[in-house]
Every structure is written in structure tokens, then in C-alpha cells.
Ligand binder design. Structure first.
Ligand code: URP
Ligand code: ZN
Ligand code: ZN
Length: 461
């Protein structure tokens, strides 16, 4: 069935223009001033914005984190994504059993996602130890599965040491693979956590104090140097949270270091560590890195305005407030880390970013849609509105508004960090490959309608 979206204000990462979009067989067939086709269903988008479906390249669906499991699986989490205008995700795998082959988690994640996801989905591999066979598997998995990026951690139980990181980076450079990194200085933050607990200082407000911004900055700085030592290995820094970390990024950009990209997340732009002052509310925002100060949010917005940051993702990783999060009520170190966000991202960015004049509409499209695809080998199939691209499309009405509340949301979590926020603009319709999967906040798709995405190489390689 053909469709024409008529009279919309079409938004790409570089411009906004009035026009029509013809969709045929799930693909954008043409974009023009006045398109017509007697066989096409007409969707009127007058006075509305027509955006590429958003792409979230940092989610943790069905994550097993120690003894806790994130509450959104690939079905509920991707229904939430779809209702928030996100039509593709690239999910970060959990660690597997100690010493496992990289294939273990690839197979596990296909079991979790295939037949469940309702938006298109890919995976980042995870490297939790380094051996010659792991290095070989990186290339095999990239070539055979289209998993062209792998995640490493500089903290947590399966963190890599610098010599291991160096070997991974060398391999990544050679094989054209992107290494996504969680950057925090493990030694210092664990010492601080232990010290707070020993003193009985265990409320949520000690969580940000135990993970100072300079722990992030030091690790980013080290990681950038390690990537350079490895000959310019393709690097992607996840969830930048602080102005100190940003400074390291700016220094590397000023020194013309290439082959790296930087992501921040909605929460680091819009929420602050003041949330931790309330013992119960603070639990909802226990995540790593922690929320920072107002001045950090301002620095990150400025970096988006100046094109210093490349991507805004979510790190969606929800645990029940009335359930597992309460493990942190007596001791913040016992709390599972992470918060929901996949459904909120586009609405919050449009309202807090575009409507408040902090970024332009094309910039929003660049950070939520186009750049994530460029960085992770999905462009131009995804993340843009071009003839030949998948017809993943969001129609957004800027005259509407919505009060965000978790009861109107679609994930399995029992809270949103944005409860009661009035956001300007609302999502009217979401299409995945030409099929309407969301209308007026109702999910209309079918379980399993998402396709697995075998990704190409990144522009960073
Ligand atoms: O607290 C967080 N962000 N949990 C998810 C895992 C990670 O570090 O990204
Ligand atoms: Zn992380
Ligand atoms: Zn994460």
C-alpha cells in the first residue's frame, strides 16, 4: 500500500522545508513539492513537523545486572521506544558468564529480542576479558552479524585494564570496529564508595559524591590517549555527564584528534543532582555516571549548540521504584543503577531543547536520528528522510503539549524521572517501514514487528 504524507514541514539534519513524502513498499520513494498518486493513502501533515524516526543507540533492554534484571524486555521497552518516536535501537548487551566467548551474548541477545522487538534493533557486542580468541571473535561477529561496535567498561566487575583496552583498540583499528566506552576511574570511585559506607553515609545523596566528575574526566582523557596510541582507533564515548569530561573532549577536538564521537543522554541535559537530596526520590535517579549540577547541564547544551557532542541517547535501564530500587534505600551502593528514558527522549529534547531555543530543529534531528546512524553504520537506511531510506517517520504537532506521567507511558517501569513535566509539542503518528505503529500515544504494531539490523561500518573507522 502506498502512502503520501502531504504538506508537512520536513526536517533533516540540515534544513526544514515544506513538501510531500511518497512511501512505497516501506521505503521513501520520493520527496517533492506536490506529489500525487491515485492509489496512495493520504496522510495530512499540514502545520506539523515530519521527522525521521529517532534512533536510540544506548539502551539496556532485559539487562541482567548482577542479581537484578531491568524491567523492560525487548517487547515492553520497544513499545515504549515506539510511542516516544524511536523506531530503531542499538542495545548494549549485558555481561555474560565469566570467561564466556563473545558469541555467547550474541546468541543470548537474539533469543531475547527476536520475535519480541517492535522497532528495528541491533546490538553492540560486549568485551569483558581479552584473549587472542576474543580478539578474533570481534572480527568474526562484525563480519557475520553486522555487530560493528563493541562496548567496554572502565569500571564495574568486568572492566578492562589499560593493557587489555589497548589490545582491543588495536584490533578495532585493524578491523574497522567502533569501541564504545563507559569512562569512569574505577579505583577512586570504589575507594570513595567504600569510605562512605564505612562511615555510615549511605543515603542516595552520597551516590554523586562517590562518583566525582573528575573520575569521568580522567577516564575520558585516558581513553582518548589510549585510542591515539593504538593508531587512531574508532572510539565512541557513552553518556558524557559533566563539564569536566566535556573539557577533555574539547581538548581532543582542538588538537584535531579524529575517529571519535561523544554521546550524552537526555537526563544529563535536563536533570540535576538536587534530586538526590530526597532519600526516596533520589533512588529513582541512581545511575552511573550520576546526575550533575545545573552548570554541567548548561555546558552540555552549549556543546550541542556548538556541535561538540555528536549524539543524544538515553541509557534506558529501568528498575522498579517499588521493587529493586528500594534495595538502595538503606545503602546507595546496593541499588541497581539505571533509569527509564527511551520514551521520554524526543518529547523532552523538543520541548527543552528546540522550544527553549537551546538547539535548532535540524540539530535535534542530527543528534537523535542522523548522527547515531552515521556513528553506528545505519545511515542512510535509517536516521534521515531521503529517497531509498526506510520510511521510519514521526509526525510531531508543535501546537500540542503533554504532561508527562508514567501512567500514560508504555514501558514496564513504575516511574518516570519527568513526572509532571509539561512538554510542548506532541507525537501524533509514528511509522516503521511505512506501517503506522503509533497513533496519538496508542501502540498499533504487533509483537515482533521489529527487524534485526545488520549494521555497516561506522563513519568513524
Ligand atoms: O547506571 C547505568 N547507567 N546503568 C546502565 C549501565 C551503564 O553503565 O550504562
Ligand atoms: Zn555506562
Ligand atoms: Zn548504559
Amino acid at each position: 500500500m502506498k502512502k503520501i504524507i502531504k504538506n508537512g514541514r520536513i526536517v533533516t539534519d540540515s534544513q526544514v522545508f515544506k513538501g510531500d513524502i511518497l512511501i512505497e513498499n516501506g521505503i521513501i520513494a520520493a520527496i517533492g513539492d506536490t506529489l500525487s498518486d491515485p492509489d496512495a493513502e493520504i496522510i495530512d501533515a499540514s502545520e506539523k513537523y515530519v521527522l525521521p524516526g529517532a534512533v536510540d543507540v544506548h539502551t539496556h533492554m532485559d539487562l541482567q545486572a548482577g542479581k537484578y534484571r531491568a524491567v523492560d524486555d525487548f517487547y515492553t521497552g520497544t513499545v515504549a521506544a515506539a510511542c516516544g518516536g524511536t523506531t530503531s535501537i542499538v542495545d548494549h548487551m549485558a555481561f555474560g558468564p565469566k570467561g564466556c566467548s563473545l558469541w555467547h551474548q550474541v546468541e543470548e541477545y537474539h533469543r531475547l529480542a527476536d520475535g519480541n522487538a517492535v522497532v528495528d534493533y541491533g546490538f553492540h557486542g560486549v568485551i569483558q576479558h581479552v584473549t587472542p580468541s576474543v580478539l578474533k571473535e570481534m572480527e568474526e561477529i562484525s563480519d557475520n552479524e553486522g555487530i560493528t561496535s563493541f562496548k567496554i567498561y572502565m569500571t564495574y566487575d568486568f572492566m578492562l585494564k589499560d593493557d587489555e583496552i589497548y589490545q582491543v583498540l588495536k584490533k578495532a583499528k585493524e578491523a574497522g570496529i567502533v569501541i564504545a566506552v563507559h569512562c569512569e576511574n574505577d579505583g577512586v570511585l570504589n575507594y570513595l564508595r567504600k569510605t562512605y559506607v564505612e562511615q555510615g553515609l549511605t543515603q542516595p545523596k552520597y551516590h554523586p559524591l562517590s562518583r566525582p566528575a573528575r573520575c569521568e574526566a580522567e577516564a575520558i582523557n585516558r581513553m582518548l590517549h589510549l585510542a591515539a596510541i593504538a593508531g587512531g582507533a574508532p572510539l565512541y564515548i557513552v553518556h558524557l555527564s559533566s563539564k569536566e569530561g566535556l573539557l577533555e573532549v574539547q581538548k581532543a577536538k582542538a588538537s584535531h584528534q579524529k575517529h571519535f564521537a561523544v554521546e550524552t543522554c537526555t537526563q544529563y541535559l535536563t536533570l540535576t543532582d538536587s534530586l538526590y537530596q530526597d532519600d526516596q526520590e533520589g533512588l529513582k535517579a541512581i545511575m552511573s555516571p550520576p546526575l550533575r549540577k545545573e552548570e554541567d547541564t548548561q555546558a552540555l547544551w552549549q556543546a550541542l549548540k556548538d556541535d561538540v557532542i555528536d549524539v543524544v541517547a538515553t541509557d534506558h535501564c529501568p528498575f522498579l521504584f517499588a521493587g529493586d530500587k528500594q534495595a538502595g534505600a538503606k545503602n546507595f551502593t546496593a541499588c541497581p543503577n539505571g533509569a527509564p528514558g527511551v520514551e521520554e527522549r524526543l518529547r523532552v529534547l523538543f520541548s527543552e531543547g528546540v522550544m527553549k531555543g537551546r538547539i535548532t530543529l535540524p540539530q535535534m534531528v542530527k543528534y537523535l536520528c542522523t548522527n547515531p546512524c552515521r556513528m553506528y553504520g545505519l545511515y542512510p537506511q535509517k536516521g534521515t528522510l531521503l529517497p531509498g531510506s526506510d520510511a521510519d517517520i514521526v509526525i510531531l504537532d508543535p501546537t500540542k503539549s503533554r504532561v508527562l506521567t508514567h501512567t500514560d507511558m508504555h514501558g514496564a517501569c513504575d516511574y518516570t524521572c519527568y513526572e509532571g513535566w509539561k512538554v510542548k509539542g506532541d507525537i501524533e503518528l509514528v511509522m516503521l517501514r511505512g506501517n503506522v505503529i503509533v497513533k496519538d500515544n496508542h501502540f498499533l504494531g504487533e509483537k515482533g514487528c521489529g527487524n534485526y539490523l545488520k549494521r555497516q561500518k561506522s563513519i568513524l573507522v
